[in-house]
Design a protein around this ligand. Structure first.
Ligand code: NAD
Length: 489
């Protein structure tokens, strides 16, 4: 029997530096892989959200007054503390999400730590501009926005919290973060880590709960910026709320990204890229390349190898090091994924492998689905158009570059895209032609903190990571100073 990291604990909100119970409903959160109760908690209510924002408004000015290098030091210390707890926090992330431990050990905590480290260093170098215009001197100040209201999804809970918190805190903002109601654990760990690293009370708070708590946060007039990682409908709701301020908004939303396997591609690399693009974190990745377009000359060989690899992936207990495909997050999401598979079959696509729920032994208590590969998919079928957010790949055949660009771009989404080719000219052409915020060439789903990440079209607005991530949580003030005589009218 596995010990839950939090036994019944009603103090899962962190407001003004203190762990506390919320005034909202009491509920339990399950480990999706076993259906065991992981934690009991009491959600925030609107007065808790208000208290977190009031604490943030009180704490933010002093935090912003610290020298950038001092704020950065706190973040870099937090990065080290997270790394010290890598194995423990990776395990929590597995219990909360159902993702395989082999991924969590090398991705989730590391990514959060790198983001804190990166912005902890970058902020000291974030100078403004200077313009000497005769006797007029102009300069810009990069100022924090104030209090950032941030809302996360459940697939990468700690990474999402850190990607939102690190640039905002580095720039001198305070943050009130609401994790997904399905994955409450590691946001609390991040708050405690930041506090242990020296972050003043109130500068980073956590409010727990679902859409109602999210709405209390987005509708609060004490918020100066909103940032969401979630689905497109939630993105629209958050943007509507932001328009009341209006306050700036960053939206990291869903996708239905293409991977283009060109005729000159190396087959093994193409299959590996497609596997990374579809089955990591059991397919619950926003940037997944779930529409795999393969040149007709390679299509047969690619499909055989891709199906063989998909079949060979180890589906099972996420805490087992050998497991490559873990449990989906919830019954509701499981039903959505199984419905999508059924709709593909009903629409006449060929299901070449997987797509069924595992009901053997202990896996019956979780939400495990075998990696599915469809071929003979028409571009207008629902499985080719809608984000499934599970281990379901569609493989298409194409003839010409113009044709594949047109079909790849024929979607309302535009988060990311992949290209597998050995032809440098073609790589550049396709990188330019594909409608996406991120294009991976000969790799997939790598997200180094140094480069911006985010989508175009319905996949989002704004960018996280890189310099762009800092600009998104700051405002530019222009100052003009006249040292010469001043002439009147
Ligand atoms: P979701 O939209 O259901 O929920 C996201 C968050 O928003 C949750 O914390 C939820 O409680 C909150 N929320 C829901 N309704 C709200 C409202 N009206 N006002 C304020 N907050 C509200 O998404 P999800 O199911 O948690 O996550 C899956 C989605 O997230 C997928 O579409 C996926 O592609 C997307 N995603 C995008 C990225 C990215 O970086 N682009 C990363 C991860 C996930």
């Amino acid at each position: 029997m596995r010990a839950a990291p939090f036994t019944p604990d009603h103090s899962m909100n962190v407001i003004g530096g203190a762990r506390c119970a919320g005034g909202g409903p009491r509920r339990t959160v399950e480990n999706p892989a076993t259906s065991e109760v992981l934690v009991e908690l009491t959600d925030a209510d609107p007065s808790d959200v208000d208290a977190a924002i009031v604490a943030a408004r009180r704490a933010q000015p002093a935090w912003a007054t610290l020298a950038p290098v001092e704020r950065g030091r706190v973040l870099r210390r937090a990065a080290d503390l997270l790394r010290d707890r890598n194995d423990e926090l990776a395990r929590w992330e597995v219990l909360d999400t159902g993702k395989p431990i082999r991924e969590a050990l090398v991705t989730d905590v590391h990514s959060a730590a790198e983001c804190l480290e990166y912005y902890g260093g970058l902020i000291a170098a974030a100078a403004g501009e200077h313009h000497q215009l005769g006797t007029l001197t102009g300069w810009t100040r990069r100022e924090p926005l104030g209090v950032v209201g941030a809302i996360g999804a459940w697939n990468y809970p700690l990474q999402i919290a850190a990607w939102k918190a690190a640039p905002a805190l580095a720039a001198g903002n305070a943050v009130v973060f609401k994790p997904s109601e399905l994955t409450p654990l590691t946001a609390v760990a991040l708050a405690e880590t930041l506090a242990a690293a020296g972050l003043p009370d109130g500068v980073f708070s956590v409010v727990q709960g679902g859409a109602a708590v999210g709405e209390a946060l987005t509708g609060h007039r004490g918020i100066d910026k909103l940032t969401l990682t979630g689905s497109v409908p939630t993105g629209r709701a958050v943007m509507r709320a932001a328009s009341a301020g209006p306050v700036p908004v960053t939206l990291e939303l869903g996708g239905k990204s293409p991977v283009v396997v060109c005729e000159d591609a190396e087959l093994d690399r193409a299959v590996t890229a497609a596997v990374l693009a579809n089955f990591a974190t059991q397919g619950e990745v926003c940037s997944n390349g779930t529409r795999v377009f393969v040149h007709s000359s390679l299509h047969g060989a690619f499909v055989d190898a891709f199906v063989d690899t998909a079949r060979s992936l180890v589906v099972g207990d996420p805490l087992e090091p050998a497991t490559q495909v873990g449990s989906l997050i919830s019954d509701e999401h499981l039903d959505k994924v199984l419905d999508a598979v059924r709709s593909g079959v009903d629409d006449g696509a060929a299901l070449r492998c997987g797509g069924g729920r595992r009901t053997d032994g202990a896996l019956a208590d979780g939400r495990f689905v075998d990696p599915a590969v469809f071929t003979d998919v028409a571009d207008d079928m629902a499985i080719a158009r809608d984000e499934i957010f599970g281990p379901v790949a569609c493989v298409f055949s194409f003839e010409t570059e113009d044709e594949v660009v047109e079909r790849a771009n024929a979607t309302s989404y535009g988060l990311s895209a992949g290209v597998v080719t050995r032809d440098v000219d073609r790589a550049h052409r396709l990188a330019a032609a594909l409608d996406a915020g991120v294009v991976w060439i000969n790799t997939y789903n790598v997200t180094p903190v140094e480069v911006p990440f985010g989508g175009v079209k319905a996949s989002g607005l704004g960018r996280e990571n890189g310099w762009a991530g800092l600009e998104a949580v700051t405002r530019t003030k222009t100052v003009l100073f006249e040292s010469g005589p001043l002439e009147g009218l």
